[in-house]
Design a protein around this ligand. Structure first.
Ligand code: ZN
Ligand code: ZN
Length: 296
């Protein structure tokens, strides 16, 4: 499970920071959280093929979070990869996507499907599920969680000692079924153990709110916007954003294990003031930079 920060600016990109996008690479899936302008180029710079993107989760329809979508989809459409990209977003996403694609003279094949999210657990895959909750940003805006399902694994030493061979019996154990071996029941709790799934939460533009804390509960990694510091409290309130302190309080309240801040205003040249403010509340915090990779 590898996370790449493709863009870490807020409203305006800078020389060092691109518009927002975070990539989660998980098995054969490439899941994008937001897709700011230039995201496909950032993918290239970070060594990831744009055609590997399978899902795009849109937090909200402010330009800085979505302007990269048409270019990325066009690149995928013109490649040899014949894939439909699933796009998930708040109410209104279907309308906005159709407006966006009316702006071009020629259209490649339509290689995407837009899903407007109407419930918390909106996508269920074999190994994980995705959750969304409404944030508070003045327009419909969603935060997301990627939750890996718990897996049962075989206690190899134990089954070897019993002499159970590789094959369907081990498969049944792995699926949580009790089996019989040499006339005796095998104790499932001895023969297998549970590996807890990992959780990643992504809190995009919002003021501090209860839903953000709920969504990020017990996250192994919480990625959060942190547009301002307390010095610009009134700006944070006016534009409905969080300060570094807000984000850290959220991480604390949600009992998150690690916090990575992103979506920084270009006004902060000396990032240590952002980090220091966050650390007064939550110790395990890092600041994202473009192309930063984290393994979970
Ligand atoms: Zn933003
Ligand atoms: Zn916004």
């Amino acid at each position: 499970m590898e996370i790449t920060f493709l863009g870490t600016a807020c409203m305006q990109p800078t020389k060092e920071r691109n518009h927002p996008a975070v990539l989660l690479s998980y098995g054969s899936e490439g899941i994008l959280f937001d897709c700011g302008e230039g995201t496909q180029r950032q993918l290239r710079i970070c060594g990831y093929k744009p055609t590997k993107i399978t899902k795009i989760l849109i937090s909200h329809w402010h330009g800085d979070h979505v302007l990269g979508i048409p270019g990325l989809l066009q690149t995928i459409a013109s490649s040899e990869v014949d894939r439909t990209v699933d796009i998930y977003g708040p109410k209104g996403s279907k309308k906005y996507m159709s407006y966006m694609f009316k702006g071009f003279a020629e259209r490649d094949k339509e290689n995407f499907k837009v899903h407007e999210i109407t419930k918390k657990r909106f996508c269920d895959a074999e190994e994980y599920y995705l959750e969304a909750m409404a944030l508070e940003h003045g327009i419909p805006c969603l935060g997301f969680s990627f939750v890996e399902k718990d897996r049962r694994k075989i206690n190899v030493d134990y089954v070897k000692k019993l002499g159970i061979p590789d094959g369907p019996l081990l498969g049944e154990l792995q699926n949580g079924k009790n089996i019989e071996w040499k006339g005796k029941m095998v104790n499932l709790d001895d023969a297998t153990f549970i590996v807890k799934g990992r959780k990643l939460s992504y809190i995009a533009d919002t003021v501090a709110c209860k839903n953000a804390v709920k969504l990020a509960e017990d996250a192994d990694l919480l990625i959060s916007e942190s547009s301002y510091t307390e010095e610009h409290r009134e700006k944070a309130d006016e534009y409905k954003h969080m300060t570094a302190r807000d984000a850290s309080l959220m991480a604390n309240n949600a009992n998150a294990k690690m916090l990575i801040l992103t979506h920084f205003s270009q006004r902060y040249k000396e990032m240590s003031e952002v980090e220091d403010e966050a650390k007064t509340v939550f110790n395990n915090v890092r600041l994202a930079y473009d192309c930063m990779k984290v393994n979970l």
